[in-house]
Design a binder for this molecule. Sequence first.
Ligand code: URA
Length: 306
Amino acid sequence: MPNALDPDLRHALAERLRYYKELGIYDFYRRDKVNAAQATAQSEEAAIAGDVETESSLTPQPELREEMPPRRSAVAAVIPEESMFEMLTPKPEQGVADRVAALKLIRADLGDCTRCKLHKQGRKQIVFGVGNPRAELMFVGEGPGADEDAQGEPFVGRAGQLLNNMIRAMGLSREDVYIANVVKCRPPGNRTPERDECDTCSPFLMRQIGVIKPKVVVALGAVAAKNLLAINAPMAELRGRFYDFVPAGVRSSDTSSQAEPWQGAKLAVTYHPAFLLRDPRQKGEAWKDLQMVMKYLGLKPPEKTE
Ligand code: URA
């Protein structure tokens, strides 16, 4: 395997990857050399013809609502094997079995992040994530608000209080779960994080998920759902079913060992607690989503005490 890639080839590969990402294609498979040329031609054709997994084609069909195969792109981009290895730069946490240590390495890799414009738009600090590194259940929100930015912890404001109530209603405590956001810096004025900000930051979230290896990830709101699933669909279509979820860009060989095999999580989508504060009539719907998760995890609501 060559150590250094020709700069022009590296540039061309990076451009090609960005092009596929824009088409919503995140997964790449290695093919044997004989089929590679043919597959490349087919994938080019399909991409040009628009025959790729589009947002609307991902809308769950009624008969498929309960179980769907893992998110897979309809087009497998064929990349030379050596180049693929070259591009998959080893992450510091790879091979680190201790989850606390692995999360610390991801945090250290983030550093005092200046990768996107949020770092110069008034954020006080990076809000990395909090909770049990061995959590079976993980919640993912959109991005820190003012309270989170001040305290350095996700979901500590009003929406956080409601999230705590939701967690308690599931028979768990905040310490049992892990909570993180798609972006780790507060967007100014609590605006929705922009595409480039999510794209820059979400690889760190994916790596956190790869370390924690939850059984279930709950996406809180459309921003989290769309970023985790790479699907652009309305909440009404996103909710009400499980998705098979494997964190993008994280290899199964990095997350799975003989001692702790992990092939991914179930992902459920529910309303963001901030939305529920604005429209409490939807709390019943959110509770249905959480009950689906509880059933899967074998959780029972706590006994009522007088
Ligand atoms: N909203 C989010 O999406 N995340 C937080 O941490 C707080 C509010």
